[in-house]
Design a protein around this ligand. Structure first.
Ligand SMILES: Nc1ncnc2c1ncn2[C@@H]1O[C@H](COP(=O)(O)OP(=O)(O)OP(=O)(O)O)[C@@H](O)[C@H]1O
Length: 353
């Protein structure tokens, strides 16, 4: 799939933009602070239903009251339009001109993989960031996963509210625990299954790209249990602890994902370069997974990749991304290697040419 056309209204420093894109490799270049990342942000907004770096109200162009993003997506000659409109009154999504109840009904219509220079620090920071990265990927590829996640979150919110009550809620908690164990086990099963596949892809890619010397392992770490009965039992045992802390402490919302190179945890022992390399391999493996397992090649968005890697690694990476993606956006401050691109877009102060 690829983004055929993008339309912006009062989004960040874009007052009005209408641009057609070709499939293939697209260079977005311009000086610092001109709106390159803003463009990537707008496209990825339609992938995950929100910005990857800011709150909705900060995306409205200074002085305006709302923003709109619209895109035409091409998939096997089939065209779909997606859109979002936001103002302080609220936001709504559109698919083919029809208002949607929520973003989840259109999630997956535009599949995407994003890499930004800040990401390694965020990803190797708090466990919540790693869970979010995995969830955002899995939710794009599996509707069942998305639904289990939505149900789990709803039940979790109810349980957390109950844990704050002063009166006796033991029976009610047990009913919510049962539901948490049911949805939670499904979530864990999918995460583990997908990580197994990603692991193989990561190592295959690493053998070819030679990013990190050694065997890489992305491993899933549960906060205590991984099947329905065991989770339910664990929640029963830990009830007093949860009641004391007034919050749900066990389950997939507390699980983690760690990257090991030759058995050593990258988060603890990895250099900045190794972390970047591992995360890129993880992203690349997601594109491969989408292309091979779910049968749909995603759009790949690489922000500022040029400042991250030398020419040889860059070219190898771009080549791989292009193999498993129908469209790769790359931002840079300099117009280098122009002949390698299917389209080149110059950005200056929120205007493109
Ligand atoms: N809500 C907003 N309204 C208007 N302009 C905004 C808004 N938010 C950010 N900007 C402007 O967008 C510009 C930054 O754009 P962006 O982050 O896309 O830069 P960039 O081209 O990727 O630069 P760099 O190469 O430095 O990363 C800044 O000039 C900033 O003032």
């Amino acid at each position: 799939m690829f983004v055929d056309r993008l339309q912006l209204l009062n989004f960040r420093n874009y007052e009005e933009l209408l641009i057609d894109f070709s499939p293939g490799k697209i260079l977005i270049y311009g000086a610092n602070g001109q709106g390159k990342t803003n463009l990537i942000e707008a496209i990825y907004y339609l992938v995950i239903g929100k910005s990857f770096r800011g709150k909705d109200n900060s995306l409205i162009r200074f002085g305006a009251e709302s923003f709109q993003i619209g895109a035409k997506i091409s998939k096997n000659d089939q065209k779909t339009t997606l859109g979002v409109e936001y103002s302080v009154k609220g936001k709504f999504f559109l698919k083919n001109g029809q208002k949607q109840k929520s973003f989840s009904s259109i999630l997956g219509n535009l599949k995407g993989v994003l890499f930004t220079p800040d990401e390694p620090v965020i990803f190797f920071g708090f466990p919540a960031n790693r869970r979010k990265a995995l969830d955002l990927f899995l939710a794009q590829t599996s509707k069942t996963y998305l639904l289990n996640l939505i149900y789990y979150q709803k039940v979790l919110t109810n349980k957390n509210a109950l844990l704050k009550q002063v009166w006796n809620v033991d029976n009610l908690i047990e009913a919510w625990n049962y539901k948490l164990a049911e949805f939670g086990a499904e979530i864990i099963k999918e995460r583990e299954k997908c990580l197994k596949i990603l692991n193989d892809i990561i190592n295959e890619l690493n053998a070819q790209l030679r990013f990190l010397p050694g065997k890489i392992e992305a491993s899933y770490k549960t906060s205590g249990a991984d099947d329905k009965e065991k989770i339910f039992e664990l929640l029963k045992q830990k009830y007093t602890e949860e009641k004391d802390k007034k919050q749900a402490l066990f389950g997939p919302h507390r699980d983690d994902l760690n990257f090991y190179v030759n058995g050593r945890d990258l988060k603890i022992f990895g250099s900045q370069g190794q972390k970047k390399g591992a995360l890129l391999l993880f992203k690349l493996s997601q594109a491969v997974y989408m292309a091979k397992v779910s049968g749909e090649k995603p759009v790949v968005l690489l922000d500022d990749l040029y400042s991250e890697f030398d020419k040889e690694k860059r070219e190898a990476l771009e080549g791989f991304f292009l193999k498993y993606s129908d469209q790769v956006f790359i931002t840079a401050t300099e117009p280098i290697d122009l002949k390698n691109y299917h389209q080149v877009v110059f950005i200056e102060n929120g205007k493109v040419s």
